[in-house]
Write a protein that binds this ligand. Structure first.
Ligand SMILES: C[S@@+](CC[C@H](N)C(=O)[O-])C[C@H]1O[C@@H](n2cnc3c(N)ncnc32)[C@H](O)[C@@H]1O
Length: 219
């Protein structure tokens, strides 16, 4: 069993909302302050949060923290899906991966997979997603595991058109962009148009733009 630390009210809130059975502990600095925060920001999980809350010192500005169990990796999204799968190609910055997970959850992606050495469940990645790791499958994978139309994002590609529901959307690393392996696997290399003089978008911003291009043009 791998324990995931939930830092802050929003991380605890999302874990309780999307995977309540995996949440093991909720610690609050003050029961009354946590009750007020939950009533204001998340009345849907206020009961769950307070039922598990234990009062103790909490080193987070919101006064709330917790722990949860890491879910078993759902590898089915690598082979079939009804909404795009995001693949991060050797990302280096945990905060970028966390932000990509957060927007993947918001836009309704089927999952997010990481190729390379970054652990997608590392503490700094979880910190960046505000607990939205629990809203969709988040896993590591290899290029050979991927099935379906692979659309690789690169500023030098063809202008982005329709994103199929079953697309695999690949985003390259911060420094080096797409790896040769994923570029070779891509069915299409697509670009998000940018004003002249701008060389690239941030990795998580590119994920957001591509996913919302899909979401806003869908049925
Ligand atoms: C910070 S960029 C990488 C820049 C890198 N120096 C390069 O050579 O590509 C990280 C990733 O975001 C995606 N990206 C950024 N801007 C993009 C754009 N305008 N169109 C498509 N993808 C983009 C690409 O997948 C890129 O590999």
């Amino acid at each position: 069993m791998v324990t995931v630390v939930l830092e802050g009210f929003h991380a605890v809130k999302h874990a309780l909302r999307f995977a309540p059975d995996l949440v093991d502990t909720v610690t609050v600095r003050s029961l009354s302050a946590a009750a007020a925060l939950a009533a204001e920001l998340a009345p849907d999980v206020a009961g769950l949060l307070l039922a598990r809350a234990v009062q103790a010192a909490v080193d987070h500005p919101t006064g709330v923290s917790g722990t949860a169990r890491r879910p078993t990796a759902d590898t089915s999204v690598l082979s079939s899906r009804t909404s795009p799968l995001v693949v991060l190609d050797d990302p280096r910055h945990p905060g970028n991966a966390g932000a990509a997970i957060r927007v993947a959850a918001a836009a309704g992606a089927s999952g997010l997979a990481v190729v390379g050495t970054l652990d997608p469940w590392g503490a700094s990645v979880v910190r960046g997603s505000a607990g939205l790791h629990f809203a969709l499958p988040v896993l590591a994978c290899a290029v050979v595991d991927l099935r379906g139309p692979v659309l690789a994002l690169d500023a030098g590609g063809s202008r982005l058109g329709v994103v199929p529901d079953d697309a695999v959307l690949v985003v390259g690393s911060e420094r080096h962009g797409l790896s040769p392996g994923l570029r070779a696997r891509a069915d299409e290399v697509i670009a998000l148009p940018m004003r002249e003089g701008v060389s690239s978008l941030n990795l998580a911003t590119a994920v957001a733009a591509a996913l919302y291009a899909w979401r806003l043009t869908g049925p």
